[in-house]
Ligand binder design. Structure first.
Ligand code: SAH
Length: 250
């Protein structure tokens, strides 16, 4: 069943108006007909199960009548914030982590980041997020924040229940042990995940991380690329918290 994100102001009490790219997709790509079912999500956790009542191909408008409203049931219980060091691989990181259920992505400027931040890139990241959220049937469109310096990102993470930093030089704590002990074991409402850039965290940054109560965690003996590390951590958290099952509990 097709699913679209609609702006709150196009969702009425009984009907939803679809225009623009979504209408073009419904009318021309899917050749939708009145009577067919469509799900509309407000991008804030609510799904509207609808039936097409009117199509105007000339005006690019589709009117849907709302049959049922329900909380989106595809969102994980734990909200994961990915603090991802900015790199040229941002687009793939965003696409994959949105599929995997990330709550928000905060790009971080680090000592070894060679990529420049721009408003244009931010808008592009938001578009990729929306497309990935739609494709993977998410109930929200994850937020992509503007870039933060590492200090500010560390300060930002104090609003979360706990946080970890993937650090390849960590020799004591591995991800599994971390996720099965202390605060993590009781499935916190939120977890922050820090991932370094292609060249890793600088010694200065590693010291900064270690001065906080953010746990530095090893992902094993192999060195993962920056675009692999976040996805690996997210997948492990989802697995550990039973978010990969057929009913969301497996
Ligand atoms: N020191 C490196 C590798 C950086 S890998 C270099 O000089 O090239 C990029 C990022 O992925 C790291 O900063 C870290 O956050 C994460 N990462 C990769 N492999 C890891 C591992 N085995 N354990 C923990 N984190 C890892």
């Amino acid at each position: 069943m097709p699913k679209y994100f609609a702006r709150a102001d196009s969702i009425g009490d009984k009907s939803v108006l679809i225009t623009g790219e979504n209408a073009t997709h419904l009318i021309h790509s899917l050749r939708a007909r009145p009577g067919e079912s469509v799900i509309v999500c407000d991008g804030a956790g609510t799904d509207y199960h609808c039936r097409i009542s009117e199509i105007s191909a000339r005006d690019g408008r589709v009117v849907l009548s709302i049959l049922q409203t329900a909380p989106a049931d595809t969102e994980p219980e734990t909200r994961i914030t990915l603090y991802q060091a900015l790199s040229g691989k941002m687009e793939i990181v965003i696409q994959k982590c949105v599929e995997m259920g990330v709550w928000e992505i905060i790009p971080v400027m680090t000592d070894y980041t060679a990529t420049v931040w721009s408003e244009g890139k931010h808008r592009r990241y938001e578009k990729i997020t929306e497309a990935a959220a739609k494709q993977s049937m998410r109930g929200i469109i994850p937020r992509v924040a503007p870039v933060l310096g590492l200090q500010d990102a560390l300060a930002d993470s104090t609003r979360l229940a706990l946080a970890l930093a993937a650090y390849e030089n960590e020799k004591k704590l591995d991800l599994k042990t971390f996720l099965r002990a202390g605060k993590a074991a009781v499935r916190p409402k939120s977890i922050g995940v820090f991932v370094g850039p292609e060249g890793g965290f600088s010694p200065r940054e590693a010291a900064l991380l270690q001065a906080t109560d953010i746990a530095t965690v090893s992902l094993g003996k192999r060195i993962l690329r920056t675009e692999t590390a976040g996805l690996a951590v997210l997948t492990a958290i989802m697995y550990e918290f039973d978010e990969l099952g057929v009913d969301g509990n497996g």
